[in-house]
Ligand binder design. Structure first.
Ligand code: GLV
Ligand code: MN
Ligand code: MN
Length: 412
């Protein structure tokens, strides 16, 4: 196996090793601020140190590996992705980007290549939003775009974002990188879709990331005895939420390009012989065009109101995230595309329907992303997998990209 092949095999092996660190036995679940996240940071932090980086956890729980440059005026290039996961996740969504960046740094150090600029590898603490139903807490802290409404959101146990962040320091503002000379943020990630496989390409350069809205819709009716309350007199919150799920599906099917999902449902008090008095649906709506998404969200909200009024159950709507569609930086994307072309590979450009930390960092620095083909386009599922050979290609692209950045910065 070639040296880069060995490095790629190590990256894939490390992703699998990291996937054993979970909050739930038998499946990978690593939410923001959990003990599993602390263990993941410790493991990846050790690999960062081995690669020659100084390591810290910032005030938002992000893991930061720092490789200084030779010229303190030359700024910092940010690389990385996230280390948190969805529930019952695969091993590569997030960690691949962090561990590929660590491997890229290790390779440069092994070959004694120095840069004028510093390189920071970031392992973001919350991209998925599993705990708070939002997203990008870690990267938004770095971009200084965490708003008071987000800080006030609570998890299932009633702990707010603000309280959870306090575990990492008194002031989350300390994680912000605004005002620094940042050359850009480049994120490598599995594609999570089937396009690269269809195009027979190991990697592709991302053009833009679709916008997203997340919300929690709670219906409040009246709990009662399952054996005695006649059907006509019920105010069953679970029935209302069931109607909403189908209204969400219908709204998405009616609009080309729109995807909308209810991924979490709860009915309370949660006993087989009690009519549910309260029921909650999570909502995730995405489209490449923000205007289309906004109209769709308004329609779904109107449907929730109509269902609630007809059934005598009160709907409450809590918006948890609004993230606009984000275009990638042309210069950085062209540099990635040239590196792909130099390797004699098809220069595939593709949009991302999935969200990424690059969305949050786009307000701070130019951003670009490189996708790596994944088997069957499967993601957010334990079957997620990548080929070592594809990761080797991605490492080659990253290496060429980094060396190219160095020559561009030196010739400025
Ligand atoms: C992150 O994976 C998202 O797109 O939800
Ligand atoms: Mn994900
Ligand atoms: Mn991801």
């Amino acid at each position: 196996m070639s040296a880069v092949g060995e490095l790629a095999a190590e990256v894939v092996g490390r992703c699998r090793e990291l996937a054993r660190i979970s909050e739930e036995p038998g499946r990978l679940t690593r939410p923001f601020g959990s003990p599993a996240m602390a263990r993941a940071n410790a493991l990846v932090g050790g690999w960062m140190r081995e690669a020659g980086m100084a390591v810290r956890v910032d005030a938002a729980g992000n893991l930061v590996g720092h490789l200084p440059g030779s010229d303190p005026e030359a700024g910092t290039l940010l690389l990385g992705s996230h280390l948190d996961t969805v529930r019952d996740a695969g091993a590569f969504d997030g960690p691949l980007g962090v561990l590929a960046a660590v491997a890229a740094v290790a390779r440069l150090r092994a070959e004694d290549v120095g840069f004028p600029f510093a390189v920071d590898v970031l392992g973001f603490s919350d991209e998925e939003g599993l705990r708070f139903g939002t997203a990008y807490l870690g990267s938004r802290a770095v971009a200084e775009t965490l708003d008071p409404a987000t800080l006030a959101l609570a998890d299932a146990a009633g702990v707010t974002v603000r309280e959870a962040l306090a575990a990492f320091g008194e002031d989350v503002g300390a994680a912000a990188r605004r005002g620094e000379c940042l050359l850009g943020y480049v994120e490598l990630h599995i594609e999570q879709g089937p396009v690269l496989e269809e195009r027979d390409a190991p990697v592709g350069v991302v053009t833009a990331i679709a916008g997203a809205t997340r919300a929690e819709v709670t219906f409040t009716g009246r709990a009662g005895h399952a054996g005695t309350v006649p059907m006509a007199l019920r105010r069953d919150a679970a029935c209302a939420v069931a109607e909403l799920v189908l209204a969400v599906e219908a709204a998405a099917r009616a609009e080309p390009g729109l995807v909308a999902t209810v991924g979490r449902l709860t009915a309370l008090p949660g006993a087989p012989n009690v009519v549910p008095g309260e029921a909650t649906a999570s909502l995730d709506v995405r489209h490449a065009d923000d205007a289309v998404r906004t109209v769709a969200v308004a329609r779904i909200r109107a449907a929730a109101e109509e269902i609630g009024a007809r059934r005598g159950v009160e709907p409450a709507w809590e918006e948890r995230l609004t993230a606009p569609a984000v275009a990638m930086d042309t210069g950085l994307s062209e540099a990635l595309g040239s590196a792909v072309a130099e390797l004699g590979l098809p220069d595939v450009r593709l949009p991302s329907g999935a969200g990424h930390d690059a969305v949050a960092l786009a307000s701070l620095a130019p951003v670009a992303m490189l996708f790596v083909r994944c088997a069957g386009g499967v993601s957010h599922h334990p079957d997620e997998s990548v080929e070592v050979a594809d990761v080797a290609v991605a490492l080659e692209v990253l290496d060429r990209f980094l060396r190219g950045c160095a020559s561009r910065v030196s010739s400025r």
